[in-house]
Design a protein around this ligand. Structure first.
Ligand code: NAD
Ligand code: UGA
Length: 468
């Protein structure tokens, strides 16, 4: 008999679980959606009366305002969420392992396993369990084994893989109009029925032809492959940016010319100080680990190079700053504009700004930071983690968090643009110039400023991928 989903539970109220299931609730008023998390502070923030949500994402607040209390609920009662639901998304974090076998490469599946075991332990009716987290291939198989070995009599579990492709900063528009929704299932009658049940949920707003149904392992691998290929484009363009700087070519012109080929396409070819975010590096390392486990060292080396190129780009940019400032930045004040890993998010995970500031600190520079969204506590946390040997008092002596871009640039020798926030396009550079020490340098890590205009004011400008 066809399964009709009326109650959904999402385990994990993070960057993916929160927006994804809030949008499901908005688009499916007939489905009750409960997002559960062990982190009480996070759940409280989702429930806060003044909508101070735990993550910043354009359009998210409006979605939550419309659905919360109607058919969208946030709770710390994980067990009740599981018991009530007919379909459960597992959307917990899967960071890179820090120790043990595969440390530094493999995904830490502990959170996925704990959530899965909890489902098995408390469920007293059959469920569709959907793997939403990004996981290595065959994780669904492990989840199935755990569920089957621990289930109560009469409880049947169907496992689906439904990876998420949203990008932070555009999560809501990505969820409203996804390029595709991918659902992987076992090709058994039960597996296919479960797949249809989830497809019916998406049908409430996603055109049927955009929902792709595939086998479980294809679905899991497609997610890693998509991120690897996106990151590979950035590493390719960043590798070319180094050639541009050495030859006098202009990376934006090169990217434009290359992207005009419809086989390549224009998107995701912006040279930068390096990609950040919680997933690209983690997912590629995961793919590297998978390749090595499968005894495919050439394949592993190929993908690893995408991450190595990114590390090189970040280091190269920091070195350019030092070299240009007459080979020393000791005691010099450097304004870093932007701390988030990209615009329109408060997320700082793997942000290039973190390694830049660490490198500047190692050179004993003074750093002023400004970001329009990132909470100050988060900046201190990230800088402490990046320099674990430095006491926080020492870090706070070297780094100042400023209330505006203009303030951050006051008395600085150099301005470094690390994040492409729209407001940095509106900066009054004449005013900035007046307040800076001379010669005043600008290092544009995001190809955001009009270098010629700034040079006319008097700045010495260095842009990624632009030779002089
Ligand atoms: P996150 O850290 O923001 O959220 C995960 C949440 O899960 C946390 O709040 C944590 O407290 C909770 N959690 C962990 N174990 C739990 C348990 N046993 N029971 C209840 N709650 C538990 O992570 P995220 O950024 O939302 O990423 C989640 C997954 O989605 C990852 O696998 C990631 O690779 C993938 N993904 C992320 C993005 C993105 O843009 N951030 C996009 C696509 C896919
Ligand atoms: C990325 C993918 O775009 C999503 O499809 C995927 O779901 C997600 O990872 C994930 O699995 O977590 P996200 O990391 O949120 O999304 O943001 P992106 O827009 O992909 O940007 C990643 C990094 O690459 C940022 O630091 C960004 O500034 C940088 N970037 C992006 C460039 O340097 N150049 C570009 O042309 C594009």
């Amino acid at each position: 008999s066809p399964v009709k989903v009326t109650k959904i539970c999402c385990i994990g109220a993070g960057y993916v679980g929160g927006p994804t299931c809030a949008v499901i609730a908005l688009k499916c008023p007939h489905i009750q959606v409960t997002i559960v998390d062990l982190n009480e502070a996070r759940v409280d923030a989702w429930n806060s009366e003044d909508f101070k949500l735990p993550i910043y994402e354009p359009g998210l607040e409006e979605v939550v305002r419309k659905a919360r209390g109607r058919n969208l609920f946030f709770s710390t009662d994980v067990d009740k969420g599981i018991q009530d639901a007919d379909l459960i998304f597992v959307s917990v974090n899967t960071p890179t392992k820090k120790s043990g076998v595969g440390a530094g490469f493999a995904a830490d599946l502990n959170y996925v396993e704990l959530a899965t075991r909890r489902i098995a332990a408390v469920a007293n009716s059959s469920k569709i369990v959907v793997e939403k987290s990004t996981v290595p291939c065959r994780t669904a198989e492990s989840m199935r084994t755990i569920l089957e070995a621990n289930s109560k009599p009469g409880c049947h579990f169907d496992i689906l893989s439904n990876p998420e492709f949203l990008a932070e900063g555009t999560a809501i528009s990505d969820l409203f109009a996804p390029d595709r929704v991918l659902i992987g299932s076992l090709q058994t009658p039960e597996g296919i029925a479960a797949c249809v049940a989830l497809k019916d949920v998406y049908k409430n707003w996603v055109p049927a032809e955009k929902v792709l149904t595939v086998g479980l392992w294809s679905s899991e691998l497609s997610k890693l492959a998509a991120n690897a290929m996106l990151a590979q484009r950035i590493s390719s363009i960043n590798a070319l940016s180094a050639i541009c700087e050495a030859t006098g070519a202009n990376i934006d012109e090169v990217a434009h010319a290359v992207g005009k080929d419809t086989r390549v396409g224009p998107k995701f070819l912006k040279a930068s100080v390096g990609f950040g975010g919680s997933c690209f590096q983690k997912d590629i390392l995961n793919l590297v680990y998978l390749s090595e486990s499968l005894h495919l060292p050439e394949v592993a080396a190929y993908w690893r190079q995408v991450v190595e190129m990114n590390e090189y780009q970040k280091r190269r940019f920091a070195k350019t700053v030092v070299d240009t400032l007459f080979n020393t930045i000791t005691g010099k004040r450097i304004a870093v504009l932007g701390f988030a890993f990209k615009a329109d998010t408060g997320d700082t995970r793997e942000s290039a700004a973190i390694s830049l500031i660490r490198d500047f600190q190692d050179e004993r520079a003074l750093v002023n930071v400004y970001d329009p969204q990132v909470p100050h506590d988060q900046i201190w946390l990230d800088l402490q983690e990046a320099s674990p040997r430095l006491p926080i008092e020492q870090i706070k002596k070297q780094v100042t968090i400023c209330p505006s871009a203009l303030e951050a640039c006051r008395n600085a020798e150099a301005v470094v643009i690390a994040t492409e926030w729209a407001e940095f396009r509106e900066i009054d550079w004449e005013a900035v110039y007046k307040n800076m020490n001379k010669p005043a340098f600008v290092f544009d890590g995001r190809l955001l400023v009009d270098a010629e205009k700034l040079r006319k004011i008097g700045f010495k400008v260095t842009s990624i991928g632009r030779g002089e």
